[in-house]
Design a protein around this ligand. Structure first.
Ligand code: SF4
Length: 380
């Protein structure tokens, strides 16, 4: 019997609150949303906090078949971010299968789909799943997902991460769902399954008093304020994110930071040095992971529509795709940037473990970091 028996109800007694930076004008209720009384309750409660939104029931339509009424990619992108879809996701637990870069494969799961924020570089916006289904989704079969995680974890012989944040922001919609109040105690009781959650939000109120037993690792995607104010719009500021990280570290959660994508604008050396000093002096991190742009042409076209073609990202990108189909900055620039940040971190906190995200093995080799391959944010 799984430890899920303790969580028969989906978010009992939880009073949803509006999520900062998300204001849906349309809510679409799709197939599977009303399978149980709890699911109906949570859908109705969330609809209640957005009284101005138009609510449409399409109970015979799968969540990824919702069609929005526009064809221009940028308009579609923004309309998707104003459309909340409820549904169920039957293959929400997956094992990644990247094999053309140095990333390890790992378990990940999706109680949410996509994200309401407006990062100008968002690579997720260019992935096929989002391109064809650009809405923000809440999946109501969380208990089923946790049951599947329990089943997968029962085959494990050592602690292993289950990652939330690959295909969504892990906490952006938390005030609406209260899902952390189920996930955190669930993982706390698991022998081998651990939750790693990545977010750009500051929505940590629900997490602070939960009994997590160190089995939930919280990770913040961060950039210096000078970068965030241009490239990370409609999302908590860097200061708010760092404050949220501090609160969670004080509540005993293992805490990580992902500095990604590092964007080398003019003066980047001083900007990132100052930022790293402030960050490392103000929060105790278990691990820091660095990464740069590794995106797809569809996402980069959206970036150019938002920032113009002559923006600091597009101007520096390589013209050819890497082996994994992603587009990056040239290797020499990436190595120069990593070297500066790594030296800065080593000077400030020599013991802090540094990982690289979505990088090629030749980059690790050039930085003498082969030993760091496979020790990054998505894994323990
Ligand atoms: S938080 Fe992540 S998923 Fe959301 S818009 Fe920014 S880059 Fe995209």
């Amino acid at each position: 019997m799984t430890n899920l028996v303790l969580f028969e109800n989906l978010c009992p007694d939880y009073q949803p609150r509006p999520a900062p930076y998300f204001n849906p004008d349309t809510i679409i209720i799709t197939k599977g949303s009303f399978q149980t009384k709890d699911q109906r309750n949570i859908v109705e409660a969330i609809c209640g906090i957005y009284p101005k939104a138009q609510i449409i029931e399409k109970l015979d339509l799968p969540h990824n078949r919702v069609e929005l009424d526009c064809s221009d990619p940028l308009e579609l992108h923004y309309q998707g971010k104003k459309t909340l879809v409820f549904g169920t996701h039957k293959s929400a637990l997956r094992y990644s299968d990247e094999d053309s870069n140095s990333c390890p494969n790992y378990w990940h799961f999706s109680p949410y789909g996509f994200c309401p924020y407006d990062c100008q570089y968002c690579y997720l916006a260019g992935t096929p799943g989002v391109k064809y289904s650009p809405t923000v989704k809440i999946f109501l079969n969380l208990l089923e997902m946790l049951d599947q995680i329990s089943g997968a974890a029962s085959q494990l012989t050592e602690p292993t991460a289950f990652y939330l944040g690959k295909l969504q922001d892990g906490l952006a919609l938390e005030p609406m769902t209260g899902y952390s109040r189920i996930m955190t105690p669930f993982f706390a009781r698991e022998k081998h399954a651990r939750l790693i959650l990545l977010t750009k939000s500051a929505n940590v109120g629900n997490l602070l008093y939960l009994d997590h037993r160190g089995h939930t690792i919280l990770s913040w995607s961060l950039n210096p304020p000078e970068i965030a104010s241009t490239f990370e719009l409609g999302v908590a500021s860097t200061e708010e994110r760092v404050r949220a990280l501090q609160k969670c570290a004080e509540a005993g959660y293992p805490a990580r930071a992902v500095i990604m994508p590092i964007i080398p604008i003019e003066g980047w050396q001083n900007i990132y040095t100052r930022f790293l000093k402030n960050l490392l002096q103000s929060v105790p991190l278990d691990r820091i992971t660095l990464g740069q742009i590794c995106s797809y042409s569809g996402a980069l076209k959206l970036t150019e529509r938002k920032l113009g073609r002559d923006n600091p990202i597009s101007k520096q990108l390589e013209k050819v795709k890497s082996n994994d189909g992603r587009i990056r900055f040239p290797p020499e620039l990436r190595i120069k940037v990593y070297r500066h940040l790594i030296d800065t971190i080593n000077e400030l906190q020599p013991q802090l473990h540094i990982g690289l995200c979505m990088e090629e093995s030749r980059t690790f080799e050039a930085l003498n970091m082969e030993g760091a391959i496979g020790h990054c944010n998505c894994v323990l």
